[in-house]
Design a protein around this ligand. Structure first.
Ligand SMILES: [Zn+2]
Ligand SMILES: [Zn+2]
Length: 119
């Protein structure tokens, strides 16, 4: 049995714990941060990139594998922020050509960069 991979990231502003990530041998990825506790199954291709990012403690690599796997990371600052420092807003968007509305969330980092954090 391969032990689960584990990483923690701290806020670039205040040093608070911003995210706790765990990837187990079954490919279940659990990430806890300002958007809550999220568990999802990864496919084998993405899993390697994710495992690499967790092993090296590299939030940019995790973001590159899937931006929604690292909502605590601002790619423009290349920095991690905690829930105190992200400003989160829920939005309801209507995808062009698709019926109905879906909700998603955008976060704005302390330097004013806005990104999708939940979809
Ligand atoms: Zn902070
Ligand atoms: Zn930023």
């Amino acid at each position: 049995m391969v032990p689960p991979l584990h990483a923690e990231f701290h806020c670039a502003v205040c040093g608070a714990l911003a995210a706790t990530l765990t990837l187990d041998a079954e490919g279940m990825y659990e990430h806890v941060h300002f958007m809550g506790q999220i568990t999802e199954r990864t496919n084998s291709q993405d899993r390697d990139a994710l495992a690499d990012g967790i092993t090296r403690g590299d939030a940019a690599a995790i973001f590159a594998a899937n931006p929604l796997w690292a909502p605590f990371y601002c790619p423009e600052c290349k920095a991690v922020y905690c829930g105190e420092h992200w400003r989160v807003e829920m939005t309801f968007e209507n995808d062009e050509g698709l019926p109905g509305w879906h909700d998603c969330a955008h976060g704005t980092c302390p330097h004013g960069h806005r990104r999708l954090v939940d979809d």
